[in-house]
Design a protein around this ligand. Sequence first.
Ligand SMILES: *[C@@H]1O[C@H](CO)[C@@H](O)[C@H](O)[C@H]1NC(C)=O
Ligand SMILES: *[C@@H]1O[C@H](CO)[C@@H](O)[C@H](O)[C@H]1NC(C)=O
Ligand SMILES: *[C@@H]1O[C@H](CO)[C@@H](O)[C@H](O)[C@H]1NC(C)=O
Length: 230
Amino acid sequence: MAGRGHGSARALLASALLSLLLSPARSYGGQNHGDWENPTPMPPLPPREDAARVARFVTHVSDWGALATISALRAVRGQPFADVLSLSDGPRGAGSGVPYFFLSPLQLSVRNLEENPHASLTMSLAQTDFCKKNVFDPQSPLCAHIMLSGTLTKVNETEMDFAKHSLFIRHPEMKTWPSSHNWFFAKLNITNIWVMDYFGGPKIVTPEEYYNVTIQRQAQRQILRHLQYW
Ligand SMILES: *[C@@H]1O[C@H](CO)[C@@H](O)[C@H](O)[C@H]1NC(C)=O
Ligand SMILES: *[C@@H]1O[C@H](CO)[C@@H](O)[C@H](O)[C@H]1NC(C)=O
Ligand SMILES: *[C@@H]1O[C@H](CO)[C@@H](O)[C@H](O)[C@H]1NC(C)=O
């Protein structure tokens, strides 16, 4: 049985740990575009059997992805067409799971999307140094990667501040992109999710399962559970 003094020390430690979890942006800095190693190491990969959590992790650590659209270009009309696009699902440590984009009507992908908003987004841990460090080939499922399908939609007024903050904190250069290009904020409205994180084929995750993952609350619970057993 923990005494009163022991209990309050525990509560203090718990609140210190929680405040660390709740304000991760400070420790991540948010300015080192595409580089989790500097100044803070990338958080550890969630358990591979928790595919929804792995998917949220891959989305969150990704600064870019390959977005496949159906081409509207005359030479390849109706054919698949992929381009690299910068994205963000939120400030470091506070991901929403929603991939946000900063797009211009001048981009080929956007011209495609104007005709057909369906798109497929691929993100891979190959863009971090996780796979190189562990000597996982990008095509190996051990180098976790995910495919998200859905439609690209413009972000509404309410969501725009979050989209803008999420993108600009991780891609500071975007602030300087020429306004004459008519940039706008968009997101992928996810309908299907495939997770490649282990042998045996892709795992299917529903958008409900994906958005249900609460990374920080889960981590908080783990810490509190740990403290209870002290
Ligand atoms: C804007 O989009 C968000 C997220 O999809 C939604 O929750 C909200 O109701 C929308 N707001 C308006 C005014 O349409
Ligand atoms: C997102 O996709 C679903 C399923 O196709 C659709 O019902 C919904 O209207 C879409 N939402 C937006 C904002 O486009
Ligand atoms: C959402 O998460 C809760 C708590 O982890 C879980 O009990 C529930 O089954 C989950 N729902 C879905 C749709 O994944």
